[in-house]
Write a protein that binds this ligand. Structure first.
Ligand code: ZN
Length: 287
């Protein structure tokens, strides 16, 4: 047997031996982190043509653009998705750089960004939205297998007939039969250790809520939902004209501001385009 034949034979045997191993390979499951991690995904942006509903003038705001983040909170006991974008992954088509829905565009699917850090939609154990508006529920159907944390007032509105014009029912229709926890208290401690807490902040919608996340190194943060959209709503104390209940929004803002002061948590205004640009995006994370 020549050396060349021997090499070829070894290569063939090697291939045969490797085959069962390759076919047995399982997709790598994400390992639960030792402490809470917060991943922010780029779920697109909104180009708001008419900002007058926010009771702001163009010269009062830095930009009319709004960011649309989606969040994965990986906890040792489970994984929570918080707000899931405007444009659903199903709207993406080969060759379409950025599908559009209403004022929203997106250049990356949520699923691909999750896959980059080893997560599939089926790994998500808990799902919560700040509220039901279209730009926060875009990919809800991906997470129908998770336990949905929602207040009855919000859920009833989501499945009302006729549907609210402020949302896209087709994008969350699969949640109708999802396992759920009906939140009845102002605070809901998702994993029971005080690190991830859904907090009532009614007004923008009947069951609007924000999310407190206690991060060991970063410190505590609060994800705002739409308690504010533009940061100038906070500094200039303006309340959008289209709130479900303006007085509730004023009261919720006061309550959350005092919580921020007391907890020393940093507020991340989800739609704040300027702040969002400075924050780390997945695969980087905050812990
Ligand atoms: Zn919004």
């Amino acid at each position: 047997m020549t050396t060349r034949t021997l090499r070829a034979l070894i290569a063939i045997i090697g291939t045969i031996l490797a085959l069962p191993l390759a076919s047995m390979a399982q997709p790598v499951r994400p390992q639960p982190p030792n402490s809470v991690r917060l991943y922010m995904f780029d779920c697109g942006q909104l180009n708001i043509a008419d900002i007058s509903v926010y009771q702001l003038k163009r010269e009062e705001i830095a930009t009319n653009m709004m960011s649309v983040p989606c969040f994965l909170i990986a906890h040792p006991r489970g994984n929570l998705m918080w707000d899931v974008g405007a444009v659903p992954d199903t709207a993406f088509r080969p060759g379409v750089v950025s599908p559009t829905l209403r004022a929203g565009t997106s250049t990356k699917t949520l699923r691909s960004q999750m896959a980059e850090i080893g997560y599939a939609p089926g790994d998500i154990t808990h799902l919560a939205f700040s509220h039901f508006h279209w730009d926060h529920v875009g990919n809800a159907n991906l997470f129908a297998g998770a336990t949905w944390l929602v207040r009855d007032s919000e859920r009833e509105l989501m499945f009302a007939e006729p549907p609210s014009p402020r949302t896209e029912p087709a994008n969350f229709s699969a949640l109708k039969t999802s396992r759920r926890v009906a939140i009845t208290t102002p605070d809901y401690d998702v994993f029971g250790d005080g690190t991830v807490v859904v907090k009532a902040a009614y007004g923008h919608s009947p069951g609007h809520q924000v999310l407190f996340v206690k991060l060991a190194k970063t410190g505590p943060v609060v994800l705002s939902g739409d308690l504010y959209h533009y940061p100038e709503e906070r500094t200039l104390k303006r309340v959008p004209a289209t709130e479900f209940n303006v007085q509730q929004t004023i009261d919720s803002r006061a309550a959350i501001e005092s919580f921020l002061a007391q907890s020393k948590a940093e507020l991340w205004i989800e739609h704040d385009f300027t702040q969002n640009a400075k924050l780390k995006k997945s695969p980087a994370f905050y812990d």
